[in-house]
Design a protein around this ligand. Structure first.
Ligand SMILES: [Fe+2]
Ligand SMILES: [Fe+2]
Length: 176
């Protein structure tokens, strides 16, 4: 069962997420996409969960704005398909530009395994804008730029919340 962080709907089983599920069901089951579960992203969130979060909220916002919500859902799921541990890579290879080069790696992998249209391509490769200099071509790409940051904040917030709760419980236990 998959759920976007902060959402109460099960993507596979809820009536409210039927359309979204139709758009991404092949990605949810795909081995390459599932490989992202191996890599930690923001604190306790893995890359797969982060991409699911971006995909779902990207879909909701684009649908609300009357934009291409199918492309939004699919590009969101594939936007960080770089398939490596960036911390390890920076440590081992001394590379410090993960923020600017990973969108190109994700696009290359996405193109290799799926049919990507021009809009989805722009959303994946520009999602780190303005860090990557070339500005987005489509309205949907500006949306993913914002949603990616929103998802990151949400993931960090949930992680810190859990940590604070554990700390408070341990203080309580010691005080007893
Ligand atoms: Fe990214
Ligand atoms: Fe991301």
């Amino acid at each position: 069962m998959s759920k976007a962080l902060g959402s109460r709907y099960s993507i596979e089983h809820s009536d409210d997420t039927k359309e979204y599920f139709e758009f991404v069901k092949d990605l949810i089951d795909d081995d390459v996409v599932n490989e992202m579960k191996k890599y930690r992203h923001h604190y306790s969130t893995n890359c797969y969960q982060h991409c699911l979060n971006v995909s779902y909220y990207n879909y909701l916002v684009c649908r609300k704005l009357g934009l291409d919500s199918r492309s939004a859902a699919r590009a969101g799921f594939l936007h960080d398909l770089y398939l490596y541990d960036w911390r390890e890579r920076e440590r081992k290879k001394g590379e410090k530009r993960h923020g600017t080069y990973h969108p190109r790696v994700a696009l290359k992998n996405a193109k290799e395994h799926f049919d990507i249209d021009k809009r989805e391509e722009d959303m994946i490769v520009k999602h780190m804008w303005p860090l990557t200099i070339k500005p987005p071509k489509y309205a949907e790409s500006y949306v993913i730029v914002c949603i990616d940051k929103y998802a990151a904040m949400l993931e960090i917030g949930v992680h810190l919340g859990r940590k604070m709760k554990t700390k408070a419980q341990s203080i309580k236990r010691t005080a007893r």
